[in-house]
Design a binder for this molecule. Sequence first.
Ligand code: FES
Ligand SMILES: [Fe+2]
Length: 392
Amino acid sequence: MASRTAAQWQQPPAVPDTHYVSGNVYSDPQIFAEERDKIFGRTWTIAAHESELPNPFDFRTYDYANTPLVIVRGGDGRVRTFINACSHRGAKLVNEPGGNAKTFTCFYHFWSYNSEGACVGIPKSEAYDQVGLDPSKCGLREVRTEVRLGLVFVNLDDAAPGLDSFLSGALDTFQSVMGTGELEVFHFQRSVIRANWKAWVETNMDAYHTIMHVVLRKTQVDSTRVITTYPGGHLSTDGVKASYTNYKGWGDRSQAMALPGSAPDDLRVGNLFPNSAILIRGTVMRIDVLSPISPHETAVESRGIGIKGDSDANRLTRIKHHNQYWGPFSRNWPEDAYAAEACEKTFSTGAAKYQIIAREENMRGQDDGMMRVFYAEWSRRMGRPAHNPLNR
Ligand code: FES
Ligand SMILES: [Fe+2]
């Protein structure tokens, strides 16, 4: 056992290249700019849950990797997404988090658009006659949108492979939970953490850090986690059971409260590359979506989801189950934020150089394989190896 000199500290860990990551992936501005283009600009991502847009003309806005979007359910019932920018002089068109509107009228010069993105109103339009400006060519920029299992997916790239090809079956394991009855978002939390987006992704893939969360230490006593990988960097884990009676006040998990296809003590997780996670704890579900703002800042959008049509009493119980584990003052979510921000403090300054993701347990238990799968896909899309992305 020995401490290391400055020169030794610069050396990569003595493990295979696939089993460590350079700190540059978190902090380098050029890498961040490329991620926006090569990853966020080309992959499908969850922009909303369908239950947030139950009625015709309901809309939600979402700033996705610094691209403002507006997601609308049209009069025909179809969900569409548009770049939230006015065709006239580019102002952000919709500036509310959500609502219901048959038309969107820009505050600046009152150009207006319908729920299908067509430009339907231009004040004093006769002044454009001389140049022949055609309103039918002034519609909003539509973004590809698909709904699967209630999740509204969008893709900024018109040429990207379709959603089913992208998912490669990664959602199949959630069919019984999410595809049996109607589910509903009952909790929405948007938090900006001071950390690179990948540091939060890692909290949803790092099974080893169970040790950090006191509730997990006590309740997740017999972890037989099985990790399944899918093409494209997606993952799911199954086989973990929680013993809630081991933590005071958490024992009220009855089968009657279980989500479809679940037992109340189930813990299942799905990670969709690059930025989404589906977390199921028997009676309640959480969906995380990350939106990078800068190399050092990330918006984490977390949704709590339960059964639509729950009795008031069951909804209250479900909210309790959600909030004690995943709410803003819970025993999990803030602890993960602390961990992500703690890594940011060292990687952003260059104080730390590498992280080690070398645990091998045959994709069981606390294997680091989930992070290795993520970084393999990250490296492939970026054309830069995560262990040495700046080729130094
Ligand atoms: S910028 Fe929207 S109407 Fe002018
Ligand atoms: Fe965690």
